[in-house]
Design a protein around this ligand. Structure first.
Ligand SMILES: Cc1cc2nc3c(=O)[nH]c(=O)nc-3n(C[C@H](O)[C@H](O)[C@H](O)COP(=O)(O)OP(=O)(O)OC[C@H]3O[C@@H](n4cnc5c(N)ncnc54)[C@H](O)[C@@H]3O)c2cc1C
Length: 503
């Protein structure tokens, strides 16, 4: 039965009947009140209706408009030849799903939080941009592009620990014969799964037409325990289970880097997570070229120009930008309102909603804490948490928890705006189970980020579908253009969009 059935919150007292592992919460977790900050841009969508009624207050002309300041929008900005462009971002902060939040004066990740060193067969355009941003440098001996800022590397002994329904082990996939057979099975794909995913050879495209589950079931004597662990990993990176994603995506997860070839791959995870990449790109973009709190709510082609409707959500002023080209790096589900003609080619894209919960603790030692603390339990939505002390010893400890919900729950996650306490207390109780001690009395504050359309799920057919990503000087960027939800794919999609505009 779903563990949530037992959970009740009443005035700061949480009752949890489930008892797993050595530590029992013994039905009582007393939690004193602390501040909870919720970040959600749900209400902004509703502003569109009122924006349409407003008169246009100013009309501006620019060469290129970029919609969205996530990794892909900013990498497009860094790659444009002309500086006559403007990036409009609806949020007050930049980064999208690679964003960060300020807690006690320091930035902590509120989304994507790591990347791994890049093999030499990765896309040259992405590698060039990362080199130009002084993020990576080539190590000829290892034939790998490595990170320059070594202080953000996570050592392998601090990397991971996995709580599996009351027991601990060193990684999510249990070390047993089935895992060895699994690794052997995938050997034929060594060096064949580069990033960006657009570089995957056509001869592997048949793997996009079956589910990862069906592929595994065909070749291995899988059991429910193995699938639970694989599902956990697939949800963690792709927002869908092995039954939902394609074999192409699933195999890519295990083969895009030589994880199982005894090769040391640097794991890079600054405290601010992948917002680090956002900061690096921002340092190359003139600040006047970025407009925050600017919602693009319509684009239309008139003659040879694009006319974009924009709402400054702070002043509620409606503006019109007339441009030669547009790079659309926002989520594609919103195209049905913004540019309906383009929506059809993305109508197959389904998104997993995510919720990120940052829990700041007062000074507190935690035994055996790792960078990534995985958590397998009957509630498959909780995907463990990251401990910032492993990233940076000096600042306060923040434990950042991740929840991935089935894609039917886009609107339900907005309910967390009214039930934030339950979510935070449940998170703390899971963390207490993990540490085998009650950490609730050490909590200083919590931040919640609700991400409705967060991660495109690479279901069968998604990665190989033909899409027109450039037409009439309108280019599409972002991981939801038929790519994997990974930093390098986002980065490359922005570069390719900028190239198509510039050529
Ligand atoms: C919780 C979570 C954890 C992740 N962890 C990792 C990780 O550790 N490593 C990794 O490689 N990848 C990770 N990912 C994948 C991550 O999504 C990508 O790496 C990358 O950040 C996606 O960038 P993007 O530019 O494609 O999209 P987004 O980050 O979604 O950016 C789109 C931007 O456009 C803005 N926007 C949308 N519509 C409009 C509009 N109409 N007007 C103005 N602005 C608009 C949005 O506000 C947003 O800022 C994670 C994803 C999630 C959800």
């Amino acid at each position: 039965m779903d563990r949530r059935m037992f959970l009740k919150v009443s005035g700061g007292l949480i009752l949890l009947s489930a008892c797993r592992g050595k530590f029992s919460l013994n039905d009582k977790l007393e939690i004193s009140k602390f501040p909870i900050k919720i970040d959600s841009n749900r209400s902004l969508g509703h502003l569109v209706r009122s924006a349409i009624q407003l008169p246009v207050s100013e009309t501006l002309k620019i060469e290129t408009l970029i919609v969205g300041a996530g990794i892909s929008g900013l990498s497009a900005a860094c790659s444009l030849r002309s500086t006559d462009y403007l990036v409009c971002e609806l949020d007050p902060t930049l980064g999208g799903t690679s964003g960060a939040t300020k807690i006690s004066g320091s930035l902590y990740s509120q989304g994507a939080h790591y990347d791994l060193a890049y093999p030499n067969n990765y896309g040259k355009d992405g590698l060039n941009l990362l080199e130009q941003l002084d993020i990576i440098t080539f190590n000829g001996k290892k034939n790998l592009w490595e990170f320059q800022d070594k202080k953000h590397l996570i050592s392998s002994d601090n990397e991971e620990k996995c709580y599996d329904n009351g027991k601990f082990r060193s990684s999510v996939l249990e070390n047993n014969e089935l895992k060895r057979n699994f690794i052997d099975l995938l050997k034929e794909y060594d060096n064949q799964f580069p990033l960006p995913s657009t570089l995957i050879n056509n001869k592997l495209h048949h793997l996009d037409h079956i589910t990862f589950f069906d592929y595994l079931n065909k070749y291995l004597p899988i059991d429910s325990h193995f699938i639970e662990a694989v599902d956990y990993q697939m949800l963690d990176d792709f927002g869908g289970t092995a039954q939902q994603i394609s074999a192409l995506a699933g195999i890519h997860y295990y083969k895009c880097r030589p994880y199982y070839n005894n090769t040391e791959i640097e794991l890079f995870s600054p405290q601010q997570g992948n917002y680090y990449f956002i900061q690096k790109m921002m340092s190359q973009i003139p600040s006047d070229n970025i407009k925050r709190n600017h919602l693009v709510f319509g684009i239309k082609r008139i003659g040879k120009k694009w006319h974009a409707d924009i709402l400054d959500t702070r002043s509620m002023i409606r503006k019109e930008y007339i441009t030669n080209s547009v790079i659309y790096a926002g989520q594609k589900h919103a195209l049905k309102y913004i540019h309906p003609e383009s929506h059809a080619q993305f109508s197959d894209v389904t998104y997993a909603p995510w919720v990120v919960v940052n829990i700041e603790l007062n000074d507190k030692e935690l035994k055996n804490s790792k960078w990534q603390n995985d958590f397998l339990s009957p509630d498959g939505t909780f995907l463990g948490f990251v401990d910032s002390k492993i990233q940076n010893k000096k600042n306060n400890r923040v434990l950042t928890a991740y929840y991935c919900f089935p894609n039917i729950h886009h609107y339900i996650i907005q309910d967390f705006e009214s039930s934030a306490e339950t979510l935070v207390y449940e998170t703390i109780s899971n963390m207490s189970l993990y540490y085998e001690e009650d950490i609730s009395k050490h909590v200083k504050q919590a931040h919640i980020k609700l991400l409705g359309h967060a991660m495109p799920i690479p279901h069968p057919g998604y990665l190989t579908k033909d899409r027109t990503l450039f037409k009439d000087n309108l280019a599409f960027a972002g991981v939801d253009t038929g790519r994997l939800p990974l930093m390098f794919d986002a980065l490359d999609s922005g570069i390719q969009a900028a190239k198509s505009i510039s050529s």
